[in-house]
Ligand binder design. Structure first.
Ligand SMILES: CC(=O)SCCNC(=O)CCNC(=O)[C@H](O)C(C)(C)COP(=O)(O)OP(=O)(O)OC[C@H]1O[C@@H](n2cnc3c(N)ncnc32)[C@H](O)[C@@H]1OP(=O)(O)O
Ligand SMILES: O=CC(=O)O
Ligand SMILES: [Mg+2]
Length: 526
């Protein structure tokens, strides 16, 4: 079988879509695709069990992993001090801005913050290739110069989740996994160059659900290091704990990846989405209040982050905090100050809880995060030696009923308006946007549409007494569409209806939306 690329090609693409990278991708596909499919099917079975009334719990079969004494590999160069990490898409301007931002780490995103068009993912790889070789500088048509600073952030690439295919690359009949495309292309293009610079090939792994899925990634790392003749244990991966099942498998995930593990991250937005997704059909007890009222201090979220810090530090891994959605605004001082204060409070709490660093979404937030962590860390690179004395049970992780707040009409309107406007932007090629002064990306939009689905399909009554129904949501969608100026208003509305109203719940909105991104040349061979 041979690997075929059916997406558009430009001369620059050849720097990353090399024969070596293609060979590595084909190898990963051949060796791992069956297992990826098995694990995706296992996700569906897990969901069916929860819908049928089972609850998540720690797995008795892996108790020995949780009880045994072991640690993960030591921190690799550039990953010991992670007190502030900036995240964002890999377009050229943001690549330069993120690397220059003063953050210790840049999460270069192919997942929540990007629309995975073929051009976005390949151009992103070219930008990373150029940035690593310090040939990324450019001048805009308006004459603005973008130049890499002397000291830049350590790059950590987040490939797509295991659920997404890359339709523009096939081995035989089958599309390859987007996850392995992003990983293989980056690794083949840059591993040696990064090592020569005293850094390394580092990754963030999104949306994992189990130790078994971590084992799949570990196999990918072992295969890739062997294929390129790079010493085993060179790669480092930080795993996002951003699904509910993964909260019950933190130890197992670190254990499977222990020779490559760098830490865990509290991916709060997808975590909330995952909880809604799994318990969406379990009645009123599992209904969360309005999206914007579920904060990090509600009991079930607090239990999750406290367990994460303790688990990481017991195993010698970094615990990295999550994303506050408040976005500064250089044109509006009031919005700006409110955002800075909210983000400061968030980072203050995380540092006090024992995290070793955290995420920001915007360069203007780097200093605040640094200040809050430096106040605790001083000149220490991290606080891994601090092991919080907390004991978190399955019931704590599932204490959804203890979440204060209500479902309101404003909450419903906001979910609809934000969800549709986000999809408009996504369909036009932008996967992260500021809407109503909040950062919205694929994860936050998943919450918006999943809440609407859950409220409709559980006949939830809002605070004003009215019940959320498909008819009501469709009326509000009509109004939203009438207000929109976007050329994507109609397809975005149609998509929202599909993922928030239709009885068949779609596992990820990006799965429903992706076909519209596929280039005609790739469709022709599908
Ligand atoms: C749930 C999760 O997974 S969170 C992680 C995924 N989400 C993200 O990574 C979101 C990252 N953030 C962003 O994409 C952006 O900050 C947005 C979309 C929220 C707001 O972007 P904008 O509206 O462009 O912000 P704004 O106009 O204030 O930007 C000011 C400057 O900062 C730059 N900037 C803003 N955010 C970033 C970033 N994350 N990385 C690099 N540069 C950035 C802009 O490019 C702009 O630069 P310029 O002056 O050279 O043009
Ligand atoms: O990826 C991060 C999240 O919060 O989701
Ligand atoms: Mg996420």
């Amino acid at each position: 079988m041979t690997l075929d690329i059916n997406g558009s090609r430009s001369a620059e693409d050849e720097t990353v879509l090399t024969p070596r990278a293609q060979a590595l991708l084909e190898l990963l596909h051949t060796e791992l695709e069956d297992e990826r499919q098995r694990l995706l099917a296992e996700r569906k079975r897990r969901a069916e069990r929860i819908t049928a009334g089972e609850d998540f719990d720690f797995d008795p079969a892996t108790a020995s992993v949780r009880e045994a004494s072991w640690t993960v590999a030591p921190a690799a160069p550039g990953l010991d001090d992670r007190r502030v990490e900036i995240t964002g898409p890999t377009d050229r301007r943001m690549t330069v801005n993120a690397l220059n931002s003063g953050a210790k780490v840049w999460l270069a995103d192919f997942e929540d913050a990007i629309t995975p068009t073929w051009r976005n993912v390949v151009d992103g790889q070219v930008n990373l290739y150029d940035a690593i070789r310090r040939q990324v500088d450019f001048t805009t048509d308006a004459g603005r110069r973008y130049e890499l600073a002397q000291d830049v952030a350590t790059i950590v690439v987040r490939p797509r989740g295991l659920h997404l295919d890359e339709a523009h690359v096939r081995v035989g009949e089958d599309p390859v996994a987007g996850a392995f495309f992003d990983f293989a292309i980056y690794f083949a293009a840059n591993a040696e160059a990064l090592l020569q610079q005293g850094s390394g090939p580092y990754f963030y792994l999104p949306k994992l659900e189990s130790g078994e899925e971590a084992r799949l990634w570990n196999r990918a790392f072992v295969l890739a290091q062997d294929a390129l003749g790079i010493p085993q244990g060179t790669i480092r991966a930080t795993v996002l704990i951003e699904t509910l099942p993964a909260a019950f498998q933190m130890e197992e995930i670190l254990y499977e990846l222990r020779d490559h593990a760098a830490g865990l991250n509290a991916g709060r937005w997808d975590y909330m989405f995952s909880l809604i997704k799994y318990y969406r059909s379990r009645g009123a007890d599992w209904v969360l209040p309005d999206r914007n009222t579920v904060t990090m201090t509600v009991p079930f979220m607090r239990a999750y982050t406290r367990l994460l810090v303790r688990t990481c530090h017991r195993r010698g891994a970094h615990a990295i905090g999550g994303m506050s959605a408040f976005i500064p605004n250089r044109r509006d001082p009031e919005v700006n100050n409110a955002a800075l204060e909210k983000v400061r409070a968030d980072k203050h709490r995380e540092a006090g809880d024992g995290f070793d660093g955290s995420w920001v979404a915007h360069p203007d937030l780097v200093a605040i995060c640094r200040e809050e962590f430096s106040a605790l860390l001083g000149s220490q690179p991290n606080q891994k030696a601090v092991i919080p004395d907390v004991s978190i049970t399955a019931a704590d992780l599932l204490a959804v009923a203890d979440t204060p707040g209500e479902v309101t009409r404003d909450g419903l309107l906001s979910n609809i308006s934000v969800g549709v406007r986000y999809l408009e932007a996504w369909l036009e090629g932008t996967g992260a946007v500021a809407i109503d002064n909040l950062m919205e990306d694929a994860a936050t939009a998943e919450i918006a549409r999943s809440q609407v689905w859950q409220w409709i399909h559980n006949s939830v009554q809002m605070a004003d007494g009215e019940t959320v129904t498909a008819d009501l949501v469709n009326r509000l969608l009509d109004e939203q569409q009438a207000r929109s100026q976007s050329p994507s208003a109609a397809p975005a509305r149609e998509l929202f209806e599909k993922v928030a109203v239709d009885a068949d719940y779609v596992e990820f909105l990006t799965l429903a939306a992706y076909p519209s991104l596929v280039e005609p040349s790739a469709l022709a061979v599908a």
